[in-house]
Write a protein that binds this ligand. Structure first.
Ligand SMILES: NC(=O)c1ccc[n+]([C@@H]2O[C@H](COP(=O)([O-])OP(=O)(O)OC[C@H]3O[C@@H](n4cnc5c(N)ncnc54)[C@H](OP(=O)(O)O)[C@@H]3O)[C@@H](O)[C@H]2O)c1
Length: 210
């Protein structure tokens, strides 16, 4: 879910290249009835990857419009949870669900309290779902800053400057590519010994400067 762009698109391409394949359809992941219909139509499947996200919820708390934060939950938390629940009846035994979180959940950056709340809420559920839904494996892959259309609202020149600054703050010295995340998602999806994992794929956001 969320395969038209960025991380989700790179993951779908990776899955195609690995001959796993990806189901394609156009639907609103925030509409539970549409999600249930889509899943019913596709009958059994092996893996669900949830890369859906809106872009609301960022900003300093003093100025944060609470409706924007609500929109942030509506755009990411609720669609991911609704899709995961709707998928359960037709997900094959031994299959997997992979949520895509965000390092804002734990990066402690001013201006990201709302994003932290949305993504920490998802993260909190992972180990419990992995335990409850066994043998279905449940994991999360957690991006840092990745160059995807998610950032398209920032004008080109400002975005280039911002990426350069952010790249200098992470251990690997660069911004992520969608393929970095796709490879991490494929790892937790296909490795049948990984469940309950929250895999940071963030270039080292939380590491202290040397
Ligand atoms: N990029 C980053 O720096 C970054 C950092 C941390 C975490 N993340 C997380 O990584 C994940 C992927 O983000 P991205 O950077 O790849 O963003 P993106 O390029 O904006 O892709 C988001 C995808 O979600 C889809 N989508 C959004 N709302 C939907 C809905 N209601 N129903 C169906 N599809 C919907 C979009 O489809 P349409 O465009 O067709 O609506 C698009 O395919 C998200 O969970 C995001 O929070 C990204």
């Amino acid at each position: 879910m969320g395969g038209t762009s960025g991380v989700g698109l790179a993951t779908a391409k990776f899955a195609e290249a690995e001959a796993i394949g990806a189901a394609t359809a156009q639907l609103d992941a925030g509409d539970p009835a549409a999600v249930r219909n889509f899943i019913k139509e596709h009958r059994e499947f092996d893996h669900l990857v949830l890369s859906v996200s809106g872009s609301s919820g960022a900003g300093h708390f003093r100025d944060l419009e609470l409706d924007e934060l609500r929109k942030g939950f509506e755009g990411k938390f609720w669609p991911q949870i609704a899709c995961a629940q709707a998928a359960l009846p037709t997900l094959k035994s031994g299959g997997s669900i992979t949520f895509v979180g965000a390092i804002s959940a734990r990066a402690l950056k001013p201006g990201t309290a709302g994003l932290a709340a949305i993504n920490a809420a998802l993260e909190a559920m992972i180990p419990i779902l992995a335990s409850e839904l066994r043998p279905t494996r449940v994991n999360a892959v957690v991006p840092g800053v990745v160059d995807t259309p998610w950032w398209s609202r920032v004008p080109d020149a400002a975005r280039a400057e911002l990426f350069e600054k952010l790249a200098s703050e992470v251990a690997v010295g660069r911004i992520g590519k969608p393929e970095d995340l796709a490879s991490a998602i494929m790892f937790v999806t296909t490795n049948t010994f990984v469940t309950g994992a929250i895999l940071d794929c963030d270039g080292g956001w939380k590491l202290k400067n040397a």
